[in-house]
Ligand binder design. Structure first.
Ligand code: SF4
Ligand code: SF4
Length: 163
């Protein structure tokens, strides 16, 4: 783009009136185009199944977690955000997580935990609204991590199709 020097401008151009009119015309035109903005938080965004929101644990219909406490997710997590403590159980599996915590301040939503889990017990949900007022509040235990399977169906089906 060539540089226009002030001395080369016409008298009208020196008043900047044509440029102001041009700018106003552009604004006026944009006012009648479809809007891309959203009135958040009143108007929520529903993410697609491919979206990686906060990681959650899948809760089976019997109320138990699907997780078998193998700790693979914890090992692969690049942010060292997951802590799993295994315990033995008499149920249909040998081990279950006595303690399962994710530090949501550390989590970078990479989805590695979901990718590596052999049981599809941890999945990335569609939740993106996370607010904490302290470091302690950001540590999510099983009470906050367990989500009923039917609420995660969209993501589970997506994983079955594309994984
Ligand atoms: S999404 Fe990534 S950073 Fe977050 S807990 Fe899973 S592996 Fe760790
Ligand atoms: S969530 Fe999956 S990878 Fe992590 S401990 Fe449980 S079964 Fe293993």
């Amino acid at each position: 783009m060539s540089i226009i020097k002030e001395k080369d401008l016409t008298l009208l151009e020196k008043t900047y009136i044509p440029q102001i009119i041009k700018g106003l015309a552009l604004t006026w035109k944009q006012m009648f185009r479809p809007k891309f903005t959203r009135q958040y938080p009143e108007e929520k965004w529903a993410p697609p199944a491919s979206f990686r929101g906060r990681p959650v644990l899948v809760q089976e219909d019997n109320g138990q977690e699907r997780c078998v406490a193998c700790s693979l997710c914890s090992r692969v997590c690049p942010a060292l955000a997951i802590e799993v403590q295994a315990g033995e159980t008499e149920r249909d599996k040998e081990r279950y997580p006595v303690k399962f915590e994710i530090n949501m301040v550390r989590c970078i939503f990479c989805g590695f935990c979901e990718e590596v889990c052999p049981e599809e017990a941890i999945v990335m949900s569609d939740e993106y609204e996370l607010v904490f007022s302290s470091q302690e509040e950001a540590i999510f235990g099983k009470d906050k991590l367990l989500v009923p399977k039917e609420k995660l169906q969209k993501r589970i089906e997506y994983l079955e199709e594309y994984r």
